[in-house]
Ligand binder design. Structure first.
Ligand SMILES: CC(C)[C@H](C(=O)O)[C@@H](O)C(=O)O
Ligand code: SF4
Length: 774
């Protein structure tokens, strides 16, 4: 009898397949999660949910927490406690809430006093927490970074964080397979950041929607792990669920000796290498989309607009509306030029800068700092710059850089040498742009207001940002003279350290949110078993006013700007919805032109967006919370950012994809006339006010079932605990190195204590060895 024919698989199919705990006929998958990273912004409400339902964290050994978004990057020389160190009250509360939670739930935590603290996506790989073939999640969209190891890594919302903490699984669906192949040798001055900016420029920010992208080809194979991480990091900016690169010798060499990787040359290491070596796509694997790029077409690339797809080679000029075909894109260009204060046709290298930011989870690894230092060495930053910052991605990156003397090179050139954190990538801490300031940034998002309200961001690689710092304008690194030791006069710096409050809009708004009443108690009763499905509001038929939007790529930063992410509650965010569009800058004065400020749209229950990719970008579940708090329960659009799409369902909301543009226009026409529309979920149709069907829509059956019956999926998943245990038994047998034993912090009373060398324990807490060294 011939054996069964196994269909060819992609790397994604393989990793997904090895983590399926259960798969329903409708394609809903219960996926086991190997590694969970936690930070202070997206976890408070998740821990609160656990507490309310008397649930525990299922796998302490697979969960690692740190603070990164809110923390100041000023010197920690005098650090005593987090409480004393963080001045800004809401940031302090969020960080201290995490500290309380890691204590209460007994999690491993790299706090401010720990040299291993850093941006989640830097510390995971650095510690060997991220391993090939694993599933990795975090309440953060740039979790895609970890895909550089051949891991299936993606961002999740806070409800999903709670789901993973409680069950170590996630409910998901199969993504499409997309291949981006980059071949050939990179030209001088071109780095992996240029590759990914170029790719996004080609495929657009919705180019990867619904897909997992595998990056392959000779150019990718030739990259270091750091460079691969920058590429996978930004796959979320291409709209993809995740980015992956098949592990190879470069990957294995990087992992050798990392504290949480299997010990080099041990039986486990050998077993791991032989499994990791199978993690690749079959030559005849089927792809839903394929993109081929020749390295010689990639120049040092910079962004000009307010979306990561708005890129040109540094030798180019600012484009204008006439350079685009369709009306939505022309309008997008006009809007971006206005926001960025640019005129079409201006050579990119004529654009003068105010600030430089070298940092973020995209480009703050040791290799990035080394590359930037090579450009800067022996030179001074341009006198027109107000501030130039180097923010290492982790405490360990910082120490390594200092050991190599990079800090001195940067400081001598006039840069500030900061402590690790997210910093000016999104400015939840004091590091922000003031309105109108223009920044060369190695981060990943150039959305309106991303680095500070009214701030203007140009994305680029570390060497390009270093070159820009020296020139004071956007600059072509290839033109810069080789580093010389000749000393030039020191530029005078006008450093604005405390400019951060200006963008907070209104303090009143923030206070309203922070002072909002506590979230309603969950409907699971205290005596209910931890596995009982708890109730969510049901969604059946919704009738109401629909607000029309015709903007493409409405990102979650626009839906709810970062200054409102500091709440530790889910409620009260409605007043901050679309804050930058809804109010005049820096005030609570409404912009009368913004649709939700006009009648009848103030009472909208539905939002109809004719532009694609609604809710792209950050994983912040604050976006659906803000919409819901405003009164909007349903969003209709041609396509959605994946994480936002998931997050809405978890809050009893319904996102509807309508790809038929005529049908979408019919709904939008009624919305524009201020007529009510009706969304009937059980029958899957949208009707007009008279009850006439405007169109039918698709929805995954499991999601529909949960919405219509108001079911919370943590309770549902917990009812499958036997299947989860079966998977865990297989996991311990086949992939024993995944049962982490490295970091189980033992906490005493008082501030969170993280031992320098924790004792290895099983996930049940039994000691299984001597303290680890690193
Ligand atoms: C705060 C967090 C939810 C967010 C994300 O998901 O990306 C942040 O890291 C960002 O870069 O905007
Ligand atoms: S993108 Fe920026 S804010 Fe988000 S995790 Fe990375 S460094 Fe932090």
């Amino acid at each position: 009898m011939p054996g069964a024919v196994v269909p060819p698989k992609t790397l994604y199919d393989r990793v997904l397949g090895d983590h399926i705990v259960d798969e329903r006929d409708d394609g809903t998958i219960l996926l086991y999660i190997d590694r969970h990273l936690v930070h202070e912004v997206t976890s408070p409400q998740a821990f609160e949910g656990l507490r309310n339902a008397s649930r525990k964290v299922r796998r302490l050994d697979c969960t690692l927490a740190t603070v990164d978004h809110n923390i100041p990057t000023s010197s920690r020389k005098d650090l005593t406690t987090t409480e004393k160190f963080i001045d800004e009250a809401d940031s302090r509360t969020q960080c201290m809430t995490l500290e309380e939670n890691v204590k209460a739930f007994d999690l491993t935590y790299f706090g401010l006093g720990d040299k291993r603290q850093g941006i989640v996506h830097i510390i995971g790989p650095e510690q060997g927490f991220t391993l090939p073939g694993t599933t990795v999640v975090c309440g953060d969209s740039h979790t895609s970074t970890h895909g550089a190891f051949g891991a299936l890594a993606f961002g999740i919302g806070t409800s999903e964080v709670e789901h993973v903490l409680a069950t170590q699984t996630i409910i998901t669906q199969r993504s499409k397979n997309m291949k981006v192949q980059v071949d050939g040798e990179l030209a001088p001055g071109v780095s992996s950041k240029d590759i990914i900016l170029h790719v996004i420029g080609q495929i657009g920010t919705a180019g990867g929607t619904g897909a997992v992208i595998e990056f392959c080809g000779s150019a990718i194979r030739g990259l270091s792990m750091e460079a691969r991480m920058s590429i996978c990091n930004m796959s979320i900016e291409a709209g993809a669920r995740a980015g992956m690169i098949a592990p190879d010798q470069t990957t294995f060499d990087y992992l050798k000796g990392r504290p949480l990787a299997p010990k080099e040359d041990s039986t486990e290491w050998k077993k791991a290498i032989s499994y990791w070596s199978t993690l690749r796509s079959d030559p005849d694997a089927k792809w839903d989309h394929e993109v081929y790029i020749d390295s010689k077409d990639i120049a040092p690339t910079v962004s000009w607009g307010t979306s990561p797809q708005d890129v040109v080679p540094i030798t180019g000029v600012v484009p204008g509306p006439d350079d685009f075909q369709d009306e939505v894109k022309k309008e997008g260009c006009r809007r971006a030029l206005k926001y960025m204060g640019l005129t079409a046709g201006t050579p990119m290298q004529d654009i003068q800068l105010d600030k430089i930011f070298i940092g973020s989870c995209t480009n703050a690894r040791i290799e990035d700092l080394r590359a930037a230092a090579r450009i800067v060495q022996g030179k001074k930053i341009a006198p027109n710059l107000k501030r130039a910052m180097i923010v290492p991605g982790s405490g360990l990156v910082k120490r390594q850089a200092e050991a190599e003397g990079l800090d001195k090179i940067f400081s001598d050139a006039g840069f500030e040498w900061r402590e690790a954190g997210c910093s000016m990538c999104l400015g939840m801490n004091p590091d922000i742009l003031s309105p109108g300031e223009r920044c060369a940034s190695t981060s990943n998002r150039n959305f309106e207001g991303r680095q500070g309200a009214g701030g203007r961001t140009h994305l680029m690689s570390p060497v390009m940002a270093a070159a820009a710092a020296i020139v004071g304008n956007l600059a072509d690194v290839r033109k810069l003279a080789p580093p010389s030791s000749s000393s030039q006069p020191k530029a005078s710096l006008n450093i604005e350290v405390d400019a951060h409050m200006e963008e907070m809009g209104s303090d009143e708004d923030l206070d309203r949110i922070i002072d909002a009443p506590a979230d309603p108690a969950p409907q699971t009763s205290g005596s209910a078993p931890a596995s009982a499905p708890s109730a969510m509001p049901k969604f059946e038929t919704l009738r109401g006013i629909a607000a029309p939007f015709d903007v493409a790529n409405i990102d979650t930063d626009a839906i709810i700007p970062k200054q409102f992410l500091k709440t530790i509650k889910r409620s009260g965010l409605g007043t901050a919805l679309f804050h930058a569009w809804r109010y005049h800058p820096g005030s609570t004065l409404e912009n009368p032109e913004f649709i939700l400020n006009t009648s009848p749209y103030r009472s909208s229950k539905i939002l109809v967006c004719t532009g694609p990719n609604f809710g792209c970008g950050s994983s912040r579940e604050h976006a659906p919370w803000a919409l819901l708090d405003f009164g909007i329960k349903c969003i209709i659009a041609p396509s959605f950012g994946d994480i936002f799409f998931n997050n809405t369902f978890k809050n009893g909301m319904l996102p509807i994809r309508i790809t038929d543009s005529a049908a979408l226009e019919r709904i939008a026409a009624d919305a524009k006339q201020g007529k009510e529309i009706e969304v009937d979920l059980p029958n899957q149709v949208v009707r007009d006010a008279e009850g006439k069907t405007l169109c039918a829509f698709e929805v995954e059956q499991f999601r529909k079932h949960c919405l219509v019956n108001g079911l919370d999926d943590i309770g549902l998943t917990m009812a499958s605990v036997d299947k989860i245990e079966l998977h865990e038994a297989r996991r311990s047998r086949e992939w024993p190195w995944l049962d982490g034993s490295g970091y189980l912090a033992r906490h005493g009373k008082g501030p969170v204590e993280v031992r320098a060398a924790p004792v290895p324990r099983t996930n049940r807490g039994e000691v299984v060895g001597e303290p680890l060294e690193w």
